[in-house]
Design a protein around this ligand. Structure first.
Ligand code: AMP
Length: 457
């Protein structure tokens, strides 16, 4: 491990990094930052969690001229969730500079406000290829001053069919640019992408820092009609803090959610037909500890960044073994032991065989289903989310909310969990026991001289 101060970075950035808790470089940073700071193109094979965002973020900020209100860096990401996270990380990294504007431009959101924000000028744009291309067509985004172009999770962007959009976008950037390509895997089409758009790229590769995740996998034989009962029994037995339950269809998601709710569980659903707002709200509640259970379809869960969950349940087995692997990969991260349970119906034999062939190992099969215990009341999640009808655009900051709740509302800092800001909404997780007190405080007090509506979710 090497400290950041071995790099030619401004002292203010080193202090900023240290204040973020970044004292030593991660392996990807150690290998790529010298190349990035030298202005060379880079192709890096690195996973999420490796610190790759900070690697390219620190690099692109060094090339940025804050006084020029022009888009100088463009980061393309496969999904809105990733773009949002990348933008948040870039804002943190940019704290050592004054007034750096980072804008996210993603689909699934109204384009009007994005156009408005673009008119105010931005230094860095992070977005998904489809929406960026829309802006280029409309002439609302100019890329002629871009000096750093980042293709993040390039393999996934190609998988999602963004190759043509990416080509059109790159065509609008100057030839004299630094192009950084990050990809978890290295299939031939990534090679082609690099050949088309990079100049003598330096290549770095880091072994995934985590050893192969340990995931215990088992399969219960179960008729469709018995799945809800089986889930309740499994939840009683394992009592997960955070579990994702995958269903193959939206309808099944809703049916299972209903059955679990009836049994007293707080279960959130995530499927493709949710409005973006509801999707955000669902994810916030799941990640901030306001719900133990998330019931999802694959489409909806694509690109989701949920930190390690204790348990993944395949309520329905997927047809594609790759989907199975992807689903269960959400458990057992960060060196923790994971658990994946699948419910296999009588007709799932072939699916199961394919999955086992793909894993190159048989899974332990359990024929006897546990029966749920009667009269057990499910434990409530530790936290509860309050939604405040004001966000970043109202100049709210996490500190304002903490201040209102602690100084004015008598809560202790420990009662307050994750605070998530979007443009017009703030979600704050508070301990369930003090939720009413928190809600009253937020309704009565002014924040930044204004009263905001607040409600519990
Ligand atoms: P990423 O791979 O970009 O998704 O980053 C994974 C996580 O590592 C993020 O939460 C970063 O905030 C964190 N991180 C990045 N660089 C460092 C570092 N040098 N030291 C400690 N944490 C880091």
């Amino acid at each position: 491990m090497t400290a950041f101060d071995t790099l030619p970075l401004p002292a203010a950035q080193i202090r900023n990094l240290n204040s973020l808790g970044y004292l030593q470089m991660t392996p990807i940073q150690q290998q790529s930052l010298p190349i990035l700071l030298a202005g060379q193109d880079l192709i890096a094979q690195a996973q999420t969690g490796s610190g790759k965002t900070a690697a390219f973020g620190i690099g692109l900020l060094e090339r940025l001229q804050p006084a020029r209100f022009e888009v100088q860096s463009l980061v393309l990401c496969p999904t809105r969730e990733l773009a949002t996270q990348v933008a948040a990380e870039l804002r943190r990294l940019a704290r050592y500079l004054d007034n750096i504007k980072v804008l996210t431009l993603c689909g699934g959101m109204p384009i009007g406000p994005q156009i408005g924000s673009l008119e105010h000028g931005a230094h860095i744009v992070v977005g998904t290829p489809g929406r960026i291309r829309d802006h280029l067509r409309k002439g609302t985004l100019l890329l002629e001053r871009v000096n750093t172009l980042v293709l993040d999770e390039a393999d996934r962007m190609l998988d999602m069919g963004f190759a043509e959009d990416i080509g059109q976008i790159i065509a609008m950037t100057p030839l004299e640019r630094q192009t950084l390509l990050f990809s978890a895997t290295y299939p031939p089409n990534i090679d082609a992408l690099s050949r088309d758009y990079q100049r003598t790229p330096q290549r770095v590769q880091v072994e995934s820092t985590q050893s192969k995740p340990k995931i215990a996998q088992s399969v219960y034989a179960c008729d469709d009609a018995d799945k809800a009962e089986a889930l309740i029994a499994l939840l009683q037995r394992h009592r997960p803090e955070a579990a994702v339950l995958f269903c193959n269809t939206r309808q099944h998601c809703m049916d299972i959610a209903q059955a679990l709710k009836t049994a007293g569980y707080r279960a959130l659903t995530l499927h493709g037909e949710l409005e973006q707002r509801d999707r955000d709200q669902t994810l916030v509640q799941f990640t901030n500890g306001s719900a133990h259970l998330l019931i999802a379809t694959d489409v909806a869960a694509r690109g989701l960044d949920i930190d390690s969950v204790d348990l993944v349940i395949n309520v329905d087995l997927p047809r594609d073994p790759a989907v199975y692997t992807h689903r269960i990969g959400r458990t057992g991260r960060a060196g923790r032991e994971g658990l994946a349970i699948s419910l296999a119906g009588p007709k799932d034999g072939i699916k199961l065989e394919r999955i086992e062939a793909d894993l190159e190992q048989p899974m332990s099969r359990i024929d006897s289903l546990p029966a749920p215990e009667q009269g057990v009341v499910p434990e409530k999640p530790a936290m509860l989310t309050i939604a405040i009808a004001g966000g970043r655009k109202n100049k709210l900051r996490p500190g304002d909310i903490v201040g209102a709740l602690t100084v004015g509302g008598g809560l202790s800092a420990d009662d307050i969990g994750q605070i998530t800001l979007s443009d017009f909404t703030t979600w704050v997780a508070v301990r369930r026991a003090v939720a009413n007190q928190a809600l009253e405080t937020l309704r009565e007090r002014t924040i930044k001289g204004k009263k905001f509506r607040a409600r519990r979710l």
